[in-house]
Write a protein that binds this ligand. Structure first.
Ligand SMILES: NC(=O)c1ccc[n+]([C@@H]2O[C@H](COP(=O)([O-])OP(=O)(O)OC[C@H]3O[C@@H](n4cnc5c(N)ncnc54)[C@H](O)[C@@H]3O)[C@@H](O)[C@H]2O)c1
Length: 404
């Protein structure tokens, strides 16, 4: 990996990142994962080393009773159809990523993004699988963003009581978050991720080159989840984000590969310990209580999920500072990283604090009386804490956390 000091990171020429900034974009919402907070304090894996070294070509994790292997590729076509792929499979993709599928593969082409997460689309996948004669020994290969991965993995989990699924995530968010950990799902009656299963992918194939056609808006949405992973469990990744801004923005393939490898190790470490989300997995919700409230208050689609999460992480720092829990030096450092990548910080003019708190209370993941927040005292040191409404209002009104 290149290691350079770039000073304050401006976006690379032509990236468009500073012109709009992730928070200022206005197309469809990436959507969030469906995670539950609980009443327990959870220290994340703390300062422990990543599960595997970024130098290795594969990572392997145990989710429930299944093993997920993550493999890294430099050529998208090889990632979609690796030479050693065995057995009959159904390849699914959407039009935005069809160019990544080799010509001799006949994929089922589906809607991309959130429209994939509908029952009608799942039915289409199941029908195609049956028409092509897929058996329980077959597998689905999904090429696409988190939404298509969620929906197709759900279809795979119910076809003939479950067939294997292999994911080729093509957004940064899907690489570091959506493809990993076994949560599948579709939306139902306007409720996000209401219907779903736990069905971990047999294999996840990462190819940084697939990100080249991705918009800045979607790339920066995923980058927020990388920052979250770094804050939760990888001090080296935090250093990379701090010092390699230019390579990160330019989607330098080696840098992307290292970011993905390290982020996956952090998430997998948490999920392996709590696959079915009975407690500890809640720490992955860092920034999400604020983010979900923002997304539902301003209307789905106006912010990407990642941009909302980045703002939520900054507000969680403000809350932790107000409560006296968060180390001010750490808060300043993390706020500095968020600032350098152009994410929104501080109170937002477009939404009233009362609307945000009301949305938090409606969020099905909230506790019964208190609201629960993931708060960090420092890097890799995280807890889920009950917080009074009064303290939440103070945090929402607090100015942007001073950034170094
Ligand atoms: N299962 C989980 O644990 C989990 C975790 C986090 C998020 N999610 C889900 O992930 C979804 C969001 O996923 P996302 O952020 O990847 O976005 P997305 O899947 O909605 O994709 C966004 C857009 O990018 C396009 N796209 C994808 N890859 C592309 C590429 N390489 N080049 C050009 N265009 C490309 C898609 O066609 C789509 O239009 C949400 O539905 C969310 O619920 C699931």
């Amino acid at each position: 990996m290149k290691r350079k000091n770039h000073g304050p990171d401006g976006p690379p020429p032509g990236s468009g990142a500073s012109a709009s900034g992730p928070e200022a974009s206005n197309d469809r919402r990436s959507g969030g994962d469906d995670r539950r907070s609980d009443t327990t304090n959870h220290a994340v894996a703390g300062d422990r080393a990543p599960v595997t070294s970024p130098a290795t070509d594969t990572q392997s994790f145990c989710f429930g009773e299944n093993t997920t292997t993550v493999r890294y590729f430099s050529d998208p076509h090889t990632a979609v159809s690796p030479a050693d792929s065995a057995g009959r499979g159904l390849t699914l993709c959407d039009r935005n990523v069809q160019h990544l599928v080799p010509e001799d593969t006949e994929p089922l082409i589906l809607p991309g993004g959130e429209p994939a997460k509908r029952w009608a689309v799942v039915e289409q996948m199941l029908s195609e699988a049956l028409d092509r004669g897929l058996t329980r020994a077959s597998h689905f290969t999904v090429v696409g963003g988190g939404a298509l991965c969620d929906a197709a993995a759900f279809a795979a989990s119910i076809y003939m009581r479950g067939v294997a699924v292999e994911l080729v995530p093509t957004t940064l968010l899907a690489m570091v978050d959506a493809s990993l950990g076994g949560k599948t799902g579709i939306n139902f009656r306007n409720l996000k991720n209401l219907i779903g299963t736990f069905h971990a992918a047999r294999e996840i194939r990462i190819c940084p080159a697939t990100l080249e056609s991705l918009s800045d808006r979607e790339y920066f949405s995923g980058l927020a989840e990388v920052i979250k992973a770094a804050a939760l469990g990888d001090a080296t990744l935090l250093d990379l984000l701090d010092s390699d801004g230019e390579a990160v923005r330019a989607r330098d393939r080696e840098t992307v590969r290292e970011m993905v490898h390290r982020s996956i190790a952090v998430k997998a470490g948490v999920v392996e310990a709590d696959f079915r989300e009975s407690g500890r997995r809640a720490v992955l919700n860092l920034g999400h209580t604020f983010a979900h409230a923002l997304e539902s208050s301003v209307g789905l689609g106006s912010w990407t999920h990642g941009a909302a999460v980045a703002w939520g992480i900054e507000r969680a720092l403000a809350l932790g500072l107000h409560l006296g829990t968060t180390d001010p030096d750490y808060a300043a450092r993390l706020a500095g990283i968020l600032k350098r990548y152009g994410y929104a910080r501080g109170p937002l003019a477009e939404v009233e604090p009362i609307d945000l708190v009301t949305a938090m209370r409606h969020d099905k993941k909230s506790g019964e009386d208190s609201l629960y927040f993931v708060i960090q005292s420092g890097p890799c040191n995280t807890a889920v804490l009950p917080v009074s409404d009064a303290d939440v209002y103070v945090a929402l009104a607090a100015p942007a956390v001073p950034a170094t």
